[in-house]
Design a protein. Structure first.
Ligand SMILES: [Zn+2]
Length: 226
């Protein structure tokens, strides 16, 4: 009954406020089929990280549609835009992983989302990057990826990295703020670290360092936008 009421309500809501394309305003889906190919890819001019961690992103964060979409997913938990982003990342992952130079062996890859601090997750009610890992795992029929929630945890809150200008300050902020809850699941595994947006890369580097210390074999990071 609750589900029925919920469905009726959301249909009614859709009639009042139909979903419109973020780019062209056409009614239908959150990003229409015509606009999707026009979302600009992430700039490819990244240099190798000081830590040696490879980081790949799908879309260019400077694009207004990409920014708006990320915001809806990250703060409102919108699944329609998440599904579009996740599909694009999944396609890129398959392409990259098909390249044998990337990883050795055929063992499945462990998906590890960047965690939120406990209180932040409680306030928001969800972690957008965990949602991404769930969608990727459900898209993955071939069994290339394993997702076990809460392998990586945040041990303390940190300042938003974007508020800290200097690299040294950012590194201090993120230092030792992660821990691995089940090291036995990480040891010897190839890991795909996930985050929504990659700006400075220090958060991803901090997480990668913790995972390597717990015995991870190779770590590679992917984000939706940069
Ligand atoms: Zn459109």
């Amino acid at each position: 009954m609750g589900y029925f009421i919920h469905t009726m309500f959301s249909r009614f809501f859709d009639l009042l406020f139909p979903t419109k394309c973020l780019r062209c305003n056409e009614e239908g889906s959150i990003v229409c089929d015509e606009c999707f190919p026009e979302l600009p890819p992430a700039p490819q001019n990244w240099s190798r990280r000081p830590s040696g961690l490879p980081i790949e992103a799908v879309f260019d964060y400077r694009d207004p549609t990409v920014r708006r979409g990320i915001w809806l997913w990250k703060y409102k938990g919108r699944r329609d835009i998440l599904n579009i982003f996740a599909r694009a990342l999944y396609d890129q992952l398959l392409q990259d992983l098909g390249d044998q130079a990337l990883f050795s062996g055929n063992a499945p890859f462990l998906l590890v989302p960047i965690p939120l601090a406990f209180w932040r997750r409680r306030m928001r009610g969800f972690n957008q990057t965990e949602m991404l890992a769930q969608v990727l795992a459900s898209l993955d029929n071939g069994g290339s990826f394993i997702y076990t929630p809460e392998i990586l945890k945040k041990t303390r809150g940190t300042e938003p990295q974007t508020s800290l200008m200097e690299r040294a300050a950012r590194l201090r902020n993120i230092k030792d703020c992660f821990c691995v809850t089940k090291p036995e699941l990480v040891t010897g595994k190839n890991i795909i670290l996930l985050d929504d947006v990659y700006t400075t890369g220090t958060t991803l580097e901090g997480a990668a360092k913790t995972l390597r210390a717990a015995g991870a074999k190779k770590v590679r990071a992917y984000t939706i936008a940069h």
